[in-house]
Design a protein around this ligand. Structure first.
Ligand code: G3I
Length: 361
């Protein structure tokens, strides 16, 4: 598995370096990477190995604009170990090689997630199988350039009706509620130098369910701290939605302060925006998306415990938010910082302005 040749990246950078930044009048130095690194923050994006391998201009944009990236699916259990004991490290190794080649960090994602359990494991889920997976991954990917790992993903689900608000996942059913503390403890023992995160979604707006999710997450953190489980941070996915209301800056600010007050760091891990009306003029769509992001980041980057922002994609060229139905209508969801031609959008300008306003960490 080869990574894109350096000369190809440099050619891509040269073409992008002038074209993509000149369009908005930002000096070439004002990359998202430079703005983030100047303040001790992470700015990253979810990417896929085939995008880095096959799309030279996109790979160049990642190298130019990001200080970190998150493998979008390549390091998840079902993709990593489709057959018991036969781990496929090739895709992840190629991504790590790209990161090292360009001096980028990597956010590991996601060791334990109910939506990515190999078929052979889910049939009879045992702690031995989970522990073998966690150890194999963190022995190989538990040091530089992996600053942070989403050790557990989406473990909260109040609608499952448990008093503790935990998701009634295959892991909980097979291992009991202390699987979370057990997994964090094993992760720390295996990779003592990487920061261990629990990553969650639907924490951003002020609906009844999102208030419940925030409360149950705070309760989980309290129980993990009481059990002396090694939890370093909380990942807030931040999949924003134009149709999601209400938004309360005050409630979000309070929640972030409550997280920080529990001595955990905070990472925004999957920022993107799901549009509501793709039939509006493009400029209007981009303005609406940028306004949603600004409203959110104006609160988030005020919290000193926030370590950085990762978008769930860098360009509309590659976004999980673009559905086949949209493509059939000749549309793409425009919920990421760069458009499908890799030109910067108001979203990018909003991130840049927010990073430049942020207090150094
Ligand atoms: O194309 C590959 C194929 O070559 C490979 O052999 C096969 C092996 O599983 O996977 C194929 O790729 C698919 C991949 O998306 C690329 O399109 C995977 O099948 C598919 O599972 C994967 O879906 C990802 C999904 O998580 C499940 O892992 C999405 O890309 C990714 O955007 C999505 O991301 C999640 C976060 O991890 C957690 N938060 C929500 C977020 C959105 O659902």
């Amino acid at each position: 598995m080869t990574v894109i040749a350096r000369r190809t990246i440099l050619a891509g950078l040269a073409s992008l370096g002038v074209a993509s930044l000149a369009r908005t009048g930002h000096a070439a130095a004002a990359t998202l990477k430079a703005a983030a690194q100047a303040r001790g923050l992470i700015w990253g994006a979810a990417v896929q190995q085939t995008q880095l391998r096959d799309d030279a201009e996109f790979a160049a944009l990642v190298a130019q604009q990001c200080s970190s990236f998150t493998p979008e699916w390549e390091m998840k259990w079902a993709s990593m170990e489709a057959r018991r004991g036969q781990r496929n490290f090739a895709r992840a190794d190629a991504m790590v090689a790209f990161a090292k080649q360009h001096g980028l960090g990597v956010r590991g994602h996601a060791l334990v997630w109910h939506r990515s359990v190999p078929d052979w494991a889910s049939a009879n889920l045992t702690w031995d199988a989970v522990a073998a997976h966690v150890e194999a991954m963190l022995k190989r990917y538990g040091g530089a350039p992996f600053a942070q790992w989403d050790v557990l993903n989406e473990v909260i689900e109040p609608q499952d009706g448990r008093d503790d608000g935990l998701r009634n996942s295959p892991f909980l059913k097979a291992l009991g509620p202390d699987y979370i503390a057990r997994t964090l403890t094993l992760a720390r023992a295996t990779a003592p130098n990487t920061k261990l995160y629990v990553n969650e979604y639907s924490l951003d707006y002020d609906s009844t369910i999102e208030r419940a999710r925030r409360d149950k997450l705070l309760r989980l953190i309290d129980s993990l701290k009481k059990a002396n489980a090694p939890l370093d941070g909380i990942g807030i996915q931040a999949h924003l939605r134009i149709d999601r209301t209400p938004f309360s800056a005050e409630a979000l600010r309070k929640f972030l302060a409550e997280l920080a007050g529990r001595n955990v760091k905070i990472a925004i891990t999957e920022l993107d925006v799901r549009e509501q009306n793709l039939e509006l003029p493009t400029d209007e769509r981009d303005r609406i998306v940028a306004a949603e992001v600004k409203r959110y980041l104006d609160v988030v980057l005020d919290e000193p415990a926030v370590t950085g922002i990762t978008a769930w994609g860098l360009s509309d060229r590659y976004s999980w938010r673009t559905t086949p139905e949209m493509i059939a209508k000749g549309r793409r969801n425009r919920g990421l910082p760069f458009d499908e031609t890799l030109a910067p959008k108001p979203f990018r300008d909003t991130i840049l302005a927010a990073l430049e306003r942020a207090r150094p960490r």
